[in-house]
Design a protein around this ligand. Sequence first.
Ligand code: ADP
Length: 539
Amino acid sequence: GSSPDVSRRILDDIEHQFSLDKDDLIRITSQFLEDFKLGLSEYNHPMAMIPTFVTGVPDGTETGTFLALDLGGTNLRVCEVELLGNQEFVLRQQKYKVSEALKTGEATTLFDYLADSVDAFLTEFASAVPASPTAEQANPFASPSLNDLPDPTVPLGLTFSFPVEQTALNRGKVLTWTKGFAAKNAIGNDVVQLLQDAFDRKHLHVRCVALVNDTVGALLSRAYTSGGCVLGSIFGTGTNGAFVERVENIRKLGDSPARQKGGYMVVNTEWGAFNNTRTVLPTTPYDNKVDRESINPRLQAFEKFISGMYLGEITRNVLLSLIDAAPKPLLFNGRSSKQLNTHYGLDTAVMSEVEEAWEVGRTPIVPINHDTPKEKAAPNGVVVDTASDVPNWQSAHFTDVDALSSEDIARLERIRSVIIQRLDIDAENVSLRDAAIVRWASSLVANRAAKLSGCAVAAVLVQTERAKLGGGFATDEPRISIGVDGSLIQHYPNFNARLRESLRELVGLEVEKKVDIGLAKDGSGVGAALCALQATKQG
Ligand code: ADP
């Protein structure tokens, strides 16, 4: 016999596997800090802690016009960025598709495609930047800082969002691919050289002067638009963060000139690889399945708990296990669909839609800060975006829909249509209870991701001596600026609020209140431009 108790137990068991209490969060953050220290001391640690040779952050007064190329997100982007020097910028961009064949083929083919895209962009915006400039034409980027570049060469900053062991602002070897890329004969090569060779093969008058990770871009661009920033982080297809570290702490630089110079340097953590050995992350069978069937098993462990590429897939695995539950199916009358049976067939955006439908009519949660902190600060100078009123997102799953209010029934009806439309499950097999279970599963997976994201942020605050693990420390800085980018943190309902709640548990209310989490607008483009500027100044 199959009593409600059995199904209840199955659901409770899943909920338990995904839950993280304060002790778990503290343990995970401590491990983060330990890995930060190891990564800063030795090369080839999974937490790569890559020195970026970016030695300061902008304050918004910078000026100039630069090209930027961005590889590593969903699309390839080429943009022209004009920094106006008043914390504002003008950006023109074009997106280009990167096919699976390009992602997994020969690296030279991929880099030729990048060069072709830059060429196409230059042709399209010929008025601003000549595609094949002649000696007579004035350098459109003429500015005092660029005099060292052979006229009329156009300076370009490359945002390359994969692990790279950087040895200078414009030099870095590809360490490994992530996020579905696997181009051959790139690992171990200098990515700037790969790109410059492609430009040269096509006789483009473009010079790649700076190599920047998207997290560094987020950090620099948030600093430019808000006047300062301590951490740039991405919660999109993948996840990663870069922060400003004291050079003396980057022990693996030994007594190199960069280390002797002292001061500060931006470090790209590559925190997506945190805990590849899985000693502290509470791994479920659903996570193991995602990992085993991924193109990079046992790598990017943290990223697989957090980012947009994987959350839908974890949730898909949970839903399939409920469809297949014994002794009796717990979902959709035991029927799946072609869509739901497809690897990566449940996009994280669908979870977002499901949770949005559930949130309709509830008190809206303050989203991440899209404004400048000046405008956002409350009269007392405290930024108002805190986790104070998170709705009952963790309300237990329910097996009895009779007790629901009419508003909740309407919400579940909406979720039901999302399931029917987006997962292609036959309408007759989707009950309101099924809708509630899908919402519950989505929130479990997303909540765990947001809480773990809070651990990464907390670790940076503790590492940079702005907070103490467990709380009880008040920095005298009036605010702590953090730049974020990525669809997950921008669009997933309450992701930011859940992250903040975890952060508050880890560093205490006093510090959490001062944290200003703001969107790094066009981070890759503006960040690459700012980095290109720094490179031309260092000349
Ligand atoms: P990238 O990180 O590649 O530059 P994005 O920040 O747009 O690009 O992230 C894309 C990822 O975000 C995809 O994995 C996608 O599933 C997920 N995603 C897209 N839209 C949403 C949404 N509305 N809510 C949550 N996740 C989303």
